[in-house]
Design a protein around this ligand. Structure first.
Ligand code: SF4
Length: 258
């Protein structure tokens, strides 16, 4: 509901949000959709949500956290986890993908403030055609910033991701060597990491770090599927396979049972 209102370009009013969460008091609270931190009443809403005593996670591009005072206020209210994303190890690459000049510098400054104020942070690296050769560099850059929890995820092929799929989507067999390099680095440096929305055969050495599809915003057309050959794979039970839209673009021939 919040998501649909934001897609219509409208901020939900505080009373609407209060009404919505009052009806679901016992659930963990995940704040996402658009960019929550630009809501004019974000801090007031967060304070109210905090009164429930349930776990609160926030998905944010972290750019607003580059303002020290804002980051401190959020830390004082208390958030259990901030989930953010990065698309490159340089401003040139990241800003090219986000199409927002200055977004890299602001997000990195935001990460530093989030870490400074001891708010748990997990940064998602979305594996894309323009950045897959730099996964190790992006990982190194995050380590240098102080990030110690990383998620490596494939592109969700919907909305802008689907419209620009030919420029953004990359085959798993192409990205796999680079991802493995990045994971080797993360492991050697004691960084916690997981893989999501990826088949285990992209990095079987790290099979225990794959997690299932957990995105509540997934639409039915972007569900995951596997090849008939996957029934012979030892990871079949825990592997999500590839999305139906990925299959439409690249087929299933890459999936080789392990
Ligand atoms: S072969 Fe199929 S089941 Fe095995 S890891 Fe790859 S996608 Fe998963």
């Amino acid at each position: 509901m919040v998501q649909s209102e934001l897609r219509r370009g409208r901020h939900m009013q505080f009373e609407e949000i209060k009404h919505l969460v009052d009806a679901n008091r016992n659930d963990d609270i995940d704040i996402f959709g658009g960019e929550p931190t630009i809501h004019p009443e974000f801090l007031k809403i967060l304070k109210y949500l905090k009164t429930f005593g349930t776990r609160i996670t926030l998905a944010s591009n972290a750019r607003f956290f580059s303002y020290d005072e804002f980051a401190k206020k959020v830390a004082d209210i208390g958030v259990d986890l901030i989930r953010s994303s990065i698309y490159g190890h340089t401003a040139e690459l990241h800003d090219h993908i986000t199409t927002m000049p200055g977004s890299f510098e602001q997000s990195i400054a935001g990460f530093k403030n989030i870490i400074k104020y001891n708010i748990p942070l997990m940064v998602n690296i979305v594996i894309l055609k323009p950045n897959y050769k730099y996964l190790k560099d992006i990982t190194q850059m995050l380590i240098d910033v102080g990030v110690n929890e990383i998620k490596y995820a494939s592109l969700i092929l919907r909305d802008n991701g689907y419209d620009n799929r030919n420029e953004l989507a990359v085959k798993i067999t192409e990205s796999s060597p680079y991802l493995n390099e990045a994971l080797d680095l993360a492991q050697s440096r004691g960084v916690r990491f997981v893989m999501e929305k990826n088949p285990v055969c992209i990095a079987p050495k790290y099979h225990e770090f794959f997690i299932g599809e957990s995105d509540p915003r997934m639409d039915p057309a972007n569900t995951f599927s596997k090849s008939p050959a996957c029934s012979k794979c030892r990871f079949n039970d825990k592997c999500v396979g590839v999305s139906v839209r990925y299959q439409e673009m690249f087929g299933l021939d890459e999936l080789k049972p392990l």
